[in-house]
Design a protein around this ligand. Structure first.
Ligand SMILES: Cc1cc2nc3c(=O)[nH]c(=O)nc-3n(C[C@H](O)[C@H](O)[C@H](O)COP(=O)(O)O)c2cc1C
Ligand code: SF4
Length: 484
């Protein structure tokens, strides 16, 4: 994973932990009620993909274990990992694109209800993504995948008198020469793997996304409702289809790209279709970026505008993330697929302990505050959740006190210690295992390996009831909290 050049080391500190009475009187542990959204406390575990589904996208015992363990800590809400809305194979990523996924998802809801004693609200993140291919071998790309057009033929007319000779010639060139000869897009496909974009409107299935996506999201949302989830989170963040519509890099010319008004159009149409399909009591919000954090991407001003439009349209919450884009991701090895959290924007999304002057803790709070305050200035009280390096009670309480957000997201901190919520609430904050922000978990995620945390995955591996990863090396859930 990319790290800022400064490489300044940071360590998460617990600071002052509240007594039980102090916690009871805190903002963080007070109930939150706004419209359809009612939480027993203002804590939230944002979506985290743990790569535990079957290759067919079905819920497994490992998936159930992952969510049961989080639910035992009784946070205000858990958002189930990004779950694919289409009925297409996508590896061990959870799917909701067909009714056959319902029994597994129902079981998941039951497990969370039971483990949290009904205290934790459960949402599911609905995702659409476009095709990406692994980085090919040079020979294979140049001989099989590269489409030769007249521009390339005429530029190489002096050295090749047939397409076959042209391919032979290209195969002899080094990367620098190929960069000069191929179109930027072909060179990218060669060196980073082919990646579809929302701007590839010459492809009918991409041109028709504004027609196909509202129905796909609405059908998936109805399945989530049928499975018993309290609501859905539309994934409008990071590197995926909907965030790519919102991005300033979206130059579509069909009324869905270019200006902010056009870029927000499809996300609003998707929300309208989902809202119309859901029962009145089912929650529907989105996850979006405060900033794309890439050259030419959307800024906090764009996001402030988008959030206002989402709030005006009646979303029940807005959950803020940042960065996590393909454009600046690390070049993958041959045979590997590009991964969106490996460049500077990935660092902004999941900041690690080696950082710059600003540090890894709460990097998304200031832009989040701007977005929240703009909503309030326009008389919109839509709840806002923020995440990114938040691990202490003091940090969380300060964010709430200043009105920077209404709900606090703890992703990696909850993975490091799923009992954070019960420990802090019961005055045992000093027993919290603080996240070290090493991104070991993210490293597993990027390899599509079952996600665990280095703080606990080698402890008491033989413990009855604990399951191991397929290679038998790591336990898959955190050990139970033994009060000291
Ligand atoms: C293993 C892993 C998987 C993640 N998967 C998702 C995901 O499915 N959807 C999403 O919106 N964010 C995902 N994220 C980002 C987190 O939700 C969160 O925004 C990020 O980790 C920063 O918050 P934190 O500092 O509290 O961890 C993932 C993060 C991790 C570590
Ligand atoms: S592996 Fe554990 S300690 Fe390290 S960043 Fe992930 S959650 Fe935090």
């Amino acid at each position: 994973m990319w790290k800022p050049a400064e490489r300044i080391k940071y360590k998460a500190e617990g600071g002052h932990w509240p007594s039980e009475a102090e916690a009871a009187g805190s903002r963080l542990f007070s109930p939150f009620q706004h419209g359809r959204l009612d939480l027993a406390q203002r804590t939230w575990i944002p979506a985290m993909v743990p790569w535990r589904a079957t290759e067919e996208g079905e819920v497994t015992e490992h998936v159930l274990d992952w969510y049961r363990r989080f639910a035992e800590g009784r946070p205000g809400a858990i958002v189930v990992e990004a779950t694919g809305i289409r009925d297409v194979p996508s590896g061990p990523l959870l799917r909701i694109g067909h009714d056959r996924f319902l029994p597994g998802l129902k079981k998941l809801v039951e497990v969370v209800r039971e483990a949290s004693g009904g205290e934790t609200r459960l949402f599911i993140q609905l995702i659409d993504f476009l095709a990406i291919r692994r980085r090919p071998k040079k020979e294979r790309f140049l001989r099989e995948f590269l489409r030769i057009d007249n521009a390339l033929r005429s530029s190489l007319a002096d050295v090749a008198d047939s397409d076959e000779a042209l391919r032979d010639y290209l195969c002899e060139q080094d990367e620098e020469a190929l960069e000069a000869l191929l179109s930027p897009r072909d060179f990218e496909s060669l060196t980073r793997g082919f990646r579809e974009r929302v701007t590839d409107t010459e492809q009918p299935h991409i041109a028709e996304l504004p027609q196909s996506l509202p129905r796909l999201f609405a059908d998936a949302a109805c399945r989530a409702e049928a499975a018993g989830f309290d609501g859905v989170e539309l994934h409008y963040a990071h590197a995926y289809t909907m965030a790519s519509f919102l991005s300033a890099l979206n130059t579509r010319e069909d009324g869905y790209g270019g200006s902010r008004e056009n870029r927000v159009r499809l996300p609003l149409e998707v929300f309208a279709a989902v809202r119309e399909a859901l029962k009145p009591e089912t929650v529907c919000g989105c996850r979006m970026l405060t900033e794309d954090c890439i050259d030419g991407g959307s800024t906090v001003d764009d996001s402030t505008y988008f959030a206002q439009r989402f709030a005006e349209a009646g979303m029940d919450f807005i959950s803020l993330s940042r960065g996590g884009k393909f454009e600046d991701a690390k070049k993958p090895g041959i045979g590997q697929a590009i991964y969106p959290y490996t460049g500077p924007s990935g660092y902004e999304c999941m900041p690690g302990y080696l950082s710059d002057q600003q540090g890894p803790f709460g990097r998304n709070v200031a832009p989040g505050r701007k977005i929240t305050q703009n909503l309030r200035a326009h008389g919109l009280d839509t709840p806002v959740a923020v995440a990114g390096g938040i691990h202490s009670f003091e940090q969380a309480e300060e964010i709430l006190k200043l009105g920077s957000a209404d709900i606090i997201g703890f992703a990696r901190q909850a993975l490091a210690d799923p009992d954070w919520f019960t420990k802090v609430k019961s005055g045992c904050g000093d027993q919290v295992n603080l996240c070290e922000y090493t991104n070991y978990c993210e490293g597993l995620d990027s390899k599509h390996k079952m996600v665990t945390c280095q703080l606990w995955d080698r402890i008491d591996r033989g413990e009855p009831g604990s399951r191991l990863t397929p290679d038998g090396k790591r336990r898959t859930t955190a050990p139970a909290w033994k009060r000291s």
